[in-house]
Ligand binder design. Structure first.
Ligand SMILES: [Zn+2]
Length: 44
């Protein structure tokens, strides 16, 4: 048994500019060229 497919492209984790939490790129908030884990951090 071994996996034949490499599906890592949809698993990008991004570091929040404010709280340093790692969040999935599908839920990050981009603002002013920076990336945040949530709208709360982007509004600080
Ligand atoms: Zn954050």
């Amino acid at each position: 048994m071994f996996s034949s497919k490499n599906e890592k492209k949809l698993n990008e984790m991004v570091n929040c500019s404010v709280c340093n939490t790692f969040v999935h790129e599908s839920i990050i908030v981009k603002k002013s060229g920076k990336e945040y884990c949530s709208t709360e951090c982007s509004n600080l």
